[in-house]
Design a protein around this ligand. Structure first.
Ligand code: PEP
Ligand code: MN
Length: 277
């Protein structure tokens, strides 16, 4: 692929990112939690539940990039403090979005992974700023971005000296309104050919529908993703953001069970294939 130097597959061996003690790029990592941090009670309850179900990393937005300026924009600094409390209670590392280059330095003090959202994928000054941060960065795919454009954005971060970049496929805009976006699962094996960076799938923002999250999560595991990012809320009908796509704690528990069975099945197939030689 043109112009790729640091992100290209041949530039180095496969990247494994250390996210607050959790390895991303080896095995299958689960990032889960609410869309937005709304209160200490809601976030700590979600964090405890996802941890008990087997999640590895807590997600939660303190700065929300909302389509409408009148919608809930997140709790900001107070939200980061709540995430720190939830992290301390559960021992889970935290991933949270940063929207503004001016906030990167202090958001990085609270985050184990800095998230760049779809709307900011090509915000080059933000990319350079997180490239100078000493925390891993998860770069979500722009909703209109090609793989080449996306990888060039990763290149901006790597070029500033930050080697810890994770990619996240979160669906792209198509003509289909039934799903919120169209999950491009083919991006996962395609990126394995093009880059050494780990790839996470976000079936929540990709589908916008609770009923589609489990099947697309199983698909992500089957095509070789390095993990998932899933929204979970203790009481989805009261969520201040993305209420229609949040899993209840019960549904998240069943999803984790399904993924464990599929993982066991895949491991069995692999060992049978090895025996068969
Ligand atoms: C999010 O993960 O909180 C989010 C806003 O996702 P996206 O940038 O993919 O829309
Ligand atoms: Mn959301």
């Amino acid at each position: 692929m043109k112009n790729l130097k640091l992100a290209a597959r041949e530039a180095r061996s496969r990247t494994v990112v250390n996210a607050g003690g959790v390895e991303i790029g080896r095995g299958f990592v689960i990032m889960a939690g609410p869309c937005a941090v709304e209160s200490e009670e809601q976030t700590v309850q979600a964090a405890r539940a996802v941890k008990a179900a087997g999640a590895d990393i807590l997600r939660g937005g303190a700065f929300k990039p909302r389509t409408s300026p009148y919608a809930f924009q997140g709790l900001g600094m107070a939200g980061l403090k709540i995430l720190a409390t939830a992290a301390a209670e559960t021992g889970l590392p935290v991933i949270t979005e940063v929207l503004d280059p001016r906030d990167v330095e202090w958001v990085a003090e609270y985050a184990d992974v800095l998230q760049i959202g779809t709307r900011n994928m090509q915000n080059f000054s933000l990319l350079k700023e997180v490239g100078r941060a000493r925390k891993p960065v998860m770069l979500k795919r722009g909703m209109y971005a090609t793989l080449e454009e996306w990888l060039n954005c990763a290149e901006y971060i790597l070029g500033e000296g930050n080697p810890d970049v994770i990619l996240c496929e979160r669906g792209i805009r198509s003509f289909e309104p039934y799903t919120r976006n169209t999950l491009d699962l083919s991006a996962v094996p395609a990126l394995a050919e093009l880059t050494h960076l780990p790839v996470i799938v976000d079936p929540t923002h990709a589908t916008g529908r609770v009923s589609l999250i489990a099947p697309m999560s199983r698909g992500a595991l089957a095509v070789g993703a390095h993990g998932l990012m899933v929204e979970v809320h203790p009481n989805p009908s009261e969520a201040l953001c993305d209420a229609k796509q949040a899993l209840t704690i019960d549904k998240f528990n069943s999803l984790m069970g399904e993924l464990r069975s599929l993982q066991a099945f895949m491991a069995e197939q692999k060992s049978e294939a090895e025996v068969a030689g």
